[in-house]
Design a protein around this ligand. Sequence first.
Ligand SMILES: [Zn+2]
Ligand SMILES: [Zn+2]
Length: 68
Amino acid sequence: MAGATCPKCGNKTLFNDNRGKSCTRCDFFVEIPVAKGRGRRCVICGKYQVGENGVCRDCGAKHNYGED
Ligand SMILES: [Zn+2]
Ligand SMILES: [Zn+2]
């Protein structure tokens, strides 16, 4: 299965992964920021709405992830 074209090496080896997209031929990768609606999973409501500050945008639960 061909991936998207990698802008760095030019091969069609850019695949989705858990953080965004990454190239399997070189070290190029794209990370989707958490602020774009792909937060961590909230342990209270189960939605992926926990932002970088640890607060769930849906139910308001605060997760103590600390710095990372
Ligand atoms: Zn590449
Ligand atoms: Zn929540």
